[in-house]
Design a protein around this ligand. Structure first.
Ligand SMILES: NC(=O)c1ccc[n+]([C@@H]2O[C@H](COP(=O)([O-])OP(=O)(O)OC[C@H]3O[C@@H](n4cnc5c(N)ncnc54)[C@H](OP(=O)(O)O)[C@@H]3O)[C@@H](O)[C@H]2O)c1
Length: 285
């Protein structure tokens, strides 16, 4: 059980580098729920949490991958791992996930809303279903799962929520317009409820990675030139867990990404969007 964390939040006496604020000690023996655990950042989050002794529910669409990861983590680290297959484009999927954890009497102490995807290209040429599914997975499912799991955390006066946003949340990203808008939603949602919930003992943090080497680029069909300086999923996952453990309401992974995102705020919004368009414009258009 993890009383030290809730005490720290209630008194707001967060001490950086305090061992109790390291992921290894913070969630050990607790249950986490990770969406999008079948690949990339979610897969790495699962590995790092399992190494810290955290039990977990893994969810995504690809059951075979989740089962393989679950077997690997439980054998290697002796943690309990449950798998629940769910397609978050379906609006009733969050409710089914919640019903599964309730049936099993699992007290979810750490909710990680990680599942998400993008779609590169002219917005008017991307199939409308794909765009609406993106809003469903990247935004609606995040709101729904958070709404389902937070009340029990508030009741217990402790719990944590990590929402994977993006550096794309900080500005318009032409040719990835809906994706950037969904991530801006995630960031603002996380920052908002972070302030609502902190006094109630629940910690919420938006993790904002820049380009990261995962399956994301392939799924979004995004060209290589937009992914020049990519971080590893291992590093991004670590930054996210540390940021959450430190009580941050958002954390940007990577010093260069941080510098760019924070300095961008001083530039005119139209200028930033134009620069992004220049970088992202599909070749030959
Ligand atoms: N990679 C980057 O450059 C980058 C940068 C900033 C932010 N992010 C964010 O990081 C998060 C994780 O992405 P990633 O980079 O790790 O990409 P990834 O390797 O493509 O992994 C995406 C995960 O989301 C799951 N997912 C996608 N659609 C789903 C659906 N309909 N229902 C349930 N699960 C679904 C996938 O599982 P299944 O396919 O098995 O369902 C997979 O586990 C996303 O929210 C993304 O927006 C990524």
């Amino acid at each position: 059980m993890k009383q030290p964390f809730s005490c720290a939040l209630e008194t707001e006496a967060f001490v950086p580098n305090d061992p109790k604020n390291q992921p290894r000690n913070r969630w050990s023996g607790e249950w986490a729920l990770i969406t999008g655990a079948s690949a990339g950042i979610g897969w790495e989050l699962a590995k790092q949490l399992a190494a810290a002794g955290v039990h977990m529910v893994l969810t995504a669409r690809r059951t075979d991958r989740l089962q393989k990861l679950a077997a690997e983590l439980s054998t290697k680290h002796g943690v309990n791992v449950e798998v629940f297959t769910a397609d978050l484009t379906r609006s009733d999927a969050p409710g089914e996930i919640h019903a599964f954890t309730s049936r099993k009497n699992l007290e979810i102490e750490l909710l990680i809303n990680n599942a998400g995807f993008g779609a590169f290209g002219y917005n008017h040429e991307i199939p409308e279903d794909r765009l609406l599914e993106m809003v469903q997975v990247n935004c609606s499912a995040v709101v729904h799962l958070t709404r389902l799991y937070v009340p029990a955390m508030v009741e217990r006066r402790h719990g944590d929520v990590l929402i994977v946003a993006s550096t794309a949340a900080f500005q318009a990203v032409p040719f990835n317009s809906v994706y950037a808008a969904t991530k801006a939603f995630d960031l603002l949602f996380a920052e908002g409820i972070s302030e609502e919930l902190r006094p109630l003992g629940v910690n919420v943090c938006a993790l904002c990675p820049g380009p990261t080497t995962t399956e994301f680029q392939q799924v979004a069909q995004q060209p290589d030139r937009t992914f020049k300086v990519a971080e590893t999923a291992e590093k991004v996952a670590r930054v996210g867990l540390e940021g959450l453990a430190k009580g941050k309401s958002y954390v940007i992974s990577g010093a260069m990404n941080r510098l760019m995102m924070e300095s961008e705020r001083l530039a005119p919004r139209r200028f930033v969007a134009k620069m992004a368009a220049k970088m992202m414009r599909p070749e030959g258009s």
